[in-house]
Write a protein of this length. Structure first.
Length: 256
């Protein structure tokens, strides 16, 4: 992440904490995460994971560290949004199995066909959008679940218009219990940079913070786990010079 962009959302993060009277919550103690870590590490060795998926564990995606930052625990009720081919689903479902609960929602066809029909994924529930609604064209709706502990989404919000993100943020807010957490990771765009062909699959982290504050969330924390010094934020995320090495912001919010 460039120093300019990092300073920008560090400053807004600090401002949000001051304005909202937060005191800077520290990460949960390592001992509290130990059981969850053990379950995650077992899931990382799961038979449904491909060599290509495993290869991204430590060099790029850092799932244990990322989920620890998000304060994920194995006994939570968790919703994963837009799971794609199930990279994170293959870790979340085994970790939550028997003690928590995993839901998936929005664009779930691939994960249903390739992952949820495999042994050990029978406890995962799919939440459907209303008929005719798509990710890019959302109108007000509610997920058929409430009192969730956590909602997660990884590199997806950039695919949505601001209007659809606002609808989604409202639905997420309503699905969480008070104190519930919303973890977001996505490709970084420079602050206030107009959309171009090159940055269309990137998102301004300062804008994301503003949108979530507008939706009623409290800003909790940010992480530089997925900051990338090799990404100048000028190339399309699929460009071979940065693919797999893009700068990604990692933000955590909470429902009051």
């Amino acid at each position: 992440m460039t120093r300019f962009v990092l300073r920008r959302y560090q400053a807004l993060a600090a401002l949000a904490i001051v304005v909202m009277g937060l005191t800077g919550i520290t990460h949960a103690a390592e001992a509290d995460f130990a059981n969850t870590r053990a379950r995650l590490e077992m899931a990382m060795e799961g038979p449904t994971r491909t060599p290509a998926e495993i290869a991204r564990d430590f060099t790029e995606r850092k799932p244990v560290e990322t989920l620890e930052f998000f304060r994920f625990r194995h006994d939570m009720r968790v919703l994963e949004l837009i799971p794609g081919a199930g990279w994170y689903t293959k870790l979340l479902a085994p970790t939550l199995r028997g003690s928590g609960k995993l839901y998936v929602a929005i664009n779930t066809d691939t994960v249903e066909q390739q992952v949820l029909n495999q042994p050990g994924f029978d406890e995962v529930s799919v939440l459907r959008l209303p008929d005719g609604m798509t990710l890019r064209n959302l109108s007000p709706f509610q997920f058929d679940v409430s009192d969730l502990d956590m909602v997660l989404t990884f590199r997806n919000l950039h695919n949505m218009s601001p209007e659809s993100r606002a609808v989604l943020n409202k639905a997420v807010f309503d699905s969480l219990k008070p104190g519930g957490l919303y973890g977001i990771k996505d490709h970084t765009r420079r602050h206030m940079e107009p959309e171009t062909r090159e940055n269309g699959r990137r998102l301004d982290p300062v804008l994301v913070i503003k949108e979530l504050l507008d939706a009623g969330f409290e800003f909790v924390d940010f992480s530089t786990l997925h900051a990338s010094p090799v990404d100048g934020l000028t190339l399309e995320v699929g460009d071979e010079a940065v693919t797999g090495q893009t700068d990604r912001f990692t933000l955590l919010f909470r429902k009051p």
